[in-house]
Design a protein around this ligand. Sequence first.
Ligand code: FE2
Length: 337
Amino acid sequence: MAEIVFGFGTSHGPLLATPPDQWDLRANVDRKNQELAFRDGTFNFEKLYELRKGEHFEQQNAIPVRIERDARCQKQLDVIGEKIAKVNPDAILIVGDDHHEWFLNDIQPTFSIFHGKQVFNRALTREEEEEKTSRGNGYAMKIYYPQKDETYPCPTSLASHIVHNVVQQDFDVTAIGEQPSDNGQLRQLGHSYGFIYRRVLKSRPVPLIPVMVNTYYPPNQPTPKRCFEFGRAIGRAIQSWKGNERIAVAASGGVSHFVVDEDMDRRLLDAMLKGDHKTLMAEPDIHFRSGTSETKNWLVTAGILAETKLKMDLLDYVPCYRSEAGTGSGMAFAAWQ
Ligand SMILES: [Fe+2]
């Protein structure tokens, strides 16, 4: 029987690759954003500032505070990297979301699992790099994508078994057999996966099972309850596999961003720590919008790990503010061991 031997969760995002005194590059993008999602409202930057000015984010956005918080994040990314290197799993199943990397507007599956032979994290073309850099993501590109193409093998038989088994458990998951391409050019591996390979695994080609959750794009995002239960089904599927692989699972992305919501982050992380599944599933769906939607990747992962005896340890939760309106990222780092 395959065994889930380790789990972790990590935020990903541009701030984790950008020097703290340069976070304004992203804040400048926030200032132009007319659709900043916060709880059940949508605001432009000025309106968000009006709403939250009593929380005095200018203090938390000061450069020395940013530097201290960035150091805490980098430390935990190193800690998780050391832990996973020590565990040395046979494969890693990463729960992430596709940010219009493999899936575009033509098709967007609610849940999908890759079961092909390998995935390529290819270097960006010059046009792609220019396009992404223009969105204030310059530093992030270096940490998601390699200078030279990288290949990560995938455990096809196990991944196919998981797909089949979760379908037997009534989850109509999309099976991806090949990395999508356009005119022979492979679409870029999503940064949910690239971040973990480049920053946490240091490009070691640990066999990968990418699980993709459409957290972002209307109209078919799964509910929190469905995410958690999908995770449980994956956990059971892995444990019903006849092989004896040692598997690690990981959540990539979240928690709240581009508007930080510490209350929500702490409520959900606390529920995960306590195994309070009811609270996790009861969080209103409207709270999971925009970047914050990626917190659903954590719900799936918590569901997988609820099928094991592993215990969650919250390594750190670091609210990283990049503007006076409370934009930025709630950064969470956890290990299940
Ligand atoms: Fe993301």
